[in-house]
Design a protein around this ligand. Sequence first.
Ligand code: ADP
Length: 191
Amino acid sequence: MRIILIGPPGAGKGTQCQRLVELLKVPHLSTGEMLRAAVRAGTPEGLQAARSMEQGQLVPDPLIVGMVTRRLEAGDCRNGCLLDGFPRTLHQAEILDDLLERRAMSVDGVIELAVPRDELVRRMLARKRADDDPAIFSRRITSFEEQTAPLLEYYGRQEKLACIDGLGTADEIFGRVKAAVKRFERSRSVR
Ligand code: ADP
């Protein structure tokens, strides 16, 4: 299975990703983690990415696409993967479809973890990390919404989108994630 998990900052995506990779037995491709590793290692890509990341901006498409392509071509991704953080924009989704198609692969399903903004803010305030400034957090949610709305529409048109309620316990939410995966399996077998 090749699945994409999309959710705003603070939605609990990390927890669900962890459980989902265990269930599917596929590698977890988190672009945020890949980029942070490149920054730590001081690679040319890391140095280039660091500038955008520090300013809270997306890194240039050629950089992120290059990284993801190399990762998707690795042997452990042959039978699938869980994409987390990519694609983030409509343009990235189109590039991904194109590069998968050329390798006779495709996206099986997209899970949107939906959490209302006031709940995200409430969670952030409860967590209160030093880098959690409410105004900055609010801006991150807004840019997430602006970037991902066209992306969600795109996968909706392809009938690959499952929007799931991100409110409840981690177990309850994972139950909904598993149900979405079952639906993807069924539609894959008729596609
Ligand atoms: P966040 O939820 O804080 O955005 P991530 O760990 O997903 O966290 O990403 C951290 C940073 O890495 C982003 O702010 C962005 O600069 C960069 N990044 C991650 N994924 C992408 C992507 N698909 N396209 C461009 N930049 C990305």
